[in-house]
Design a protein around this ligand. Sequence first.
Ligand code: ATP
Length: 229
Amino acid sequence: MLKVSNHSVAYGQSTIIRGLNLDVNDNEIVAVVGRNGMGKTTLMKSLIGMTPSRAGSVSLNHTDLSAMKSFQRVRAGLGFVPQGRMIFPALTVRENIETGLAAVGEKKVPRDLYELFPVLEEMQHRRGGNLSGGQQQQLAIARALATRPKVLLLDEPTEGIQPSIIQEMARTLKRIRDERGLSIVVSEQVLSFVMEIADRILVIEKGDIVHQEDKEDADQNKIASYLAV
Ligand SMILES: Nc1ncnc2c1ncn2[C@@H]1O[C@H](COP(=O)(O)OP(=O)(O)OP(=O)(O)O)[C@@H](O)[C@H]1O
C-alpha cells in the first residue's frame, strides 16, 4: 500500500528525518510514537508533500508520489489530518468539509460522512471555530475523508482532546478503517490511545525508526520508556 524508502527531510542544514523506511499494509493501522521534537510532524508533512524531502521515495500502490505536490498526493489517495486540526474557524462546518471536496472536484458533502459524524450534520451551518475540540477533530477527519483516501495520515490527533473522548476517537478510527478498507498512519504520544488503535507500533527517535513491534506482542513498558522525558 504505502511504501516509504530511504526518506530524508532537512530544514536548511539540520536533517530531521534520516533515511527512514516504512511499509504500511492494506487495512493496517500503524502508530508512529515518539517524544516531542523527534520528527513526527516533519514526517507526516513530508508524506503529504507540505515539506519537501531531500532524498528517498514515497509511493502508494506502486505510484511514485515523490515529485507530486500535496493536492496531487491527495488525488492519488492520501488524506491528512494535521496537528492542531487546522480547520477554518470562520467557515461553517459544511464549508470546511467542502474545502476537502474541492481537491477532488466534487461539490456535495457525501451522506456517509454525516452518518459517520451525525453531530457535523446537526452543526453544518455553525462556524468551525465555535465547535469543541472533539467536534473540530471530527470535522478535520471528515474533511480528510471527503476525498476518499486509501491512506489516512493523522498527526497527534489526541492533542488537546479530553481524555474521555480519546477512546471514542480510537473506536471511530477503527470503524472507518473497517468500513472503508483504508490504512491509517497516526503519530502519537498517548500510549493508551496507541494500544487501543494500532496494529503495529513504530518508535521514532531523531528522525529514524529505532524500534517496532506488533501490538499483540508489544511490551508497553519498553514503548513507554521511549516516551519518557
Ligand atoms: N520549519 C522548521 N524549521 C526548522 N526546524 C524545524 C521546523 N519544524 C520543525 N523543526 C525542528 O525539527 C525537529 C522535529 O520537529 P517535529 O515538529 O517534526 O517533531 P515532533 O516529533 O512532531 O514534535 P511535536 O510532538 O512537538 O510536534 C525539531 O527539532 C524542530 O525544532
